[in-house]
Design a protein around this ligand. Structure first.
Ligand SMILES: Cc1cc2nc3c(=O)[nH]c(=O)nc-3n(C[C@H](O)[C@H](O)[C@H](O)COP(=O)(O)O)c2cc1C
Length: 135
């Protein structure tokens, strides 16, 4: 069986809301907000799904800067990216997802990018669950 896990950061709960109903036995869900960035390490899962909102011009939250060495250490993984944003930011809508893609695509395979606006609706959640089946 393919090993997989979701790691996400969320400031106001909208990115978090996409994964809140996921059965952790199917897919471990790790909230980064609660983890000391100095101690944080990714697991050795084959599929790593990372969630990040965007706060200003394609910039992921500071947490991701603090774990940049861990992000750079990921190699040979299948990576899914998701995050909430707001379309009023135009071309920068969910830009953090593109920034993470640029960083991670060098040594990994990006299998999906999933951008959504505000809180996810049930339709938005169901589409994401389909992507997570990955088989
Ligand atoms: C200061 C600030 C800057 C933001 N910049 C962007 C941006 O560049 N692009 C974007 O899509 N959304 C931007 N947003 C909107 C947030 O990404 C959006 O509210 C998102 O749903 C927050 O996700 P979270 O609840 O998981 O933290 C910004 C919000 C704030 C407060």
């Amino acid at each position: 069986m393919i090993t997989k896990a979701i790691y996400y950061f969320s400031l106001t709960g909208k990115t978090a809301a996409l994964v809140e109903d996921i059965n952790q036995q199917d897919f471990p869900v790790i909230r980064l907000n609660n983890k000391d960035p100095k101690q944080f390490e990714f697991g050795n899962e084959e599929v790593i799904v990372i969630g990040s909102p965007t706060y200003g011009r394609g910039v992921p939250p500071m947490y991701f800067k603090q774990i940049i060495n861990e992000l750079r250490s990921l190699t040979g993984r299948k990576i899914g990216l998701f995050g909430s944003g707001n379309t009023i930011y135009g071309e920068d809508f969910c830009g953090a997802i593109d920034t993470l893609e640029e960083l991670l695509k060098q040594n990994n395979e990006i299998i999906f990018k999933y951008k959504f606006e505000g809180y996810p609706t049930d339709k938005v959640k169901n589409k994401f669950y389909e992507m997570l089946k990955l088989d």
